[in-house]
Design a binder for this molecule. Structure first.
Ligand code: ATP
Ligand code: MG
Length: 268
């Protein structure tokens, strides 16, 4: 399992070209992936509980994707078994005027997880070198410096006990067309459709360029990027969950040493 998902990790200092990375996962069959996912989702819940008990680590999951890339359903599937008290999801929309009057990491830092917790960022500070770059919402001199700021920020979080894993849910432009059309065709999905999505779709190539640079410059040992082929949802859920379970297993967490001798107590 580990070597299969390791393929998706972007090594530090490598140059990513998303156009050359597959958008449909392979290497495992659907039934096997389903079966493993059930088991791993439970293990993820156990690992979160252990993380809470040990009170040493926190886990930050960053999710980025093009519109209709499946961020919401990934969160639903991957965290299905985790205790709701042990995890939090924060969705970053366009910044408020207060948020805009601070540095770009101000609103981000406030939402990072405390020890014991899993926190998912549904969009993140990567929008500040994504949409901000593509739509020229900040001058070049401002966003170009942000890659270094992001790396320093993530390094600090990691040094202080936060494990960071970043996922780009990779789909093709053709697949996005299908998914957006589905939102238009289905009465129960129409609420998800925004005409803005079509404008952003028109900037597809500029987004790919921005993500190529962000992923290449900000994939580090302590805060790696994974590019997950996401057109087969069962593969996507399996791959994301595998990465999370492997990452948490790697922390070698332990329940705290007992401070009492349980044999000395009787519950009447
Ligand atoms: P859904 O899949 O439900 O559409 P979403 O994450 O696309 O979810 P929306 O409310 O449609 O949510 O979009 C949020 C928008 O906010 C996105 O277009 C995103 O690029 C934008 N956004 C997020 N962070 C920033 C930022 N720092 N600066 C400018 N725009 C941002
Ligand atoms: Mg949207």
């Amino acid at each position: 399992m580990k070597h299969l998902v390791d393929r998706h990790r972007i090594k530090p200092k490598s140059r990513v070209d998303l156009n050359k990375i597959p958008t449909r996962g392979d290497g495992i069959d659907k039934d096997k992936a389903h079966h493993q996912l059930q088991k791993m989702a439970k293990e993820l819940a156990d690992l979160q509980e252990l993380m809470y008990a040990e009170n040493k680590h926190a886990l930050l999951i960053v999710l980025q994707a093009m519109d209709a890339g499946g961020k919401d359903s990934t969160i639903r599937e991957v965290l299905s078994q985790v205790n709701p008290q042990g995890c939090r999801v924060h969705s970053f929309k366009g910044p408020s005027s207060l948020e805009r009057s601070h540095d770009f990491l101000w609103r981000i830092h406030k939402e990072t997880p405390e020890r014991g917790m899993i926190c998912v960022f549904n969009r993140s500070h990567y929008e500040d070198v994504g949409i901000v770059r593509v739509k020229e919402l900040a001058p070049d001199v401002v966003w170009k410096k942000r890659y270094d700021h992001i790396n320093a920020f993530e390094k600090m979080l990691s040094d202080e006990g936060t494990t960071i894993v970043k996922f780009f849910l990779h789909i093709s432009k053709d697949y996005q067309k299908l998914r957006l059309q589905r939102r238009l065709d289905r009465a129960d999905k129409l609420w998800k459709f925004s005409p803005d999505d079509l404008a952003e779709r028109g900037r597809w190539d500029a987004y790919m360029k921005a993500y190529n640079e962000a992923i290449s410059r900000c994939t580090t040992k302590d805060a790696p990027w994974y590019v997950i082929p996401s057109e087969r949802r069962w593969y996507r859920d399996w791959a994301v969950t595998s990465v999370l379970v492997n990452t948490l297993r790697g922390l070698k967490m332990k329940y705290p040493e007992p401070t009492i001798d349980p044999t000395k107590f009787t519950v009447e």
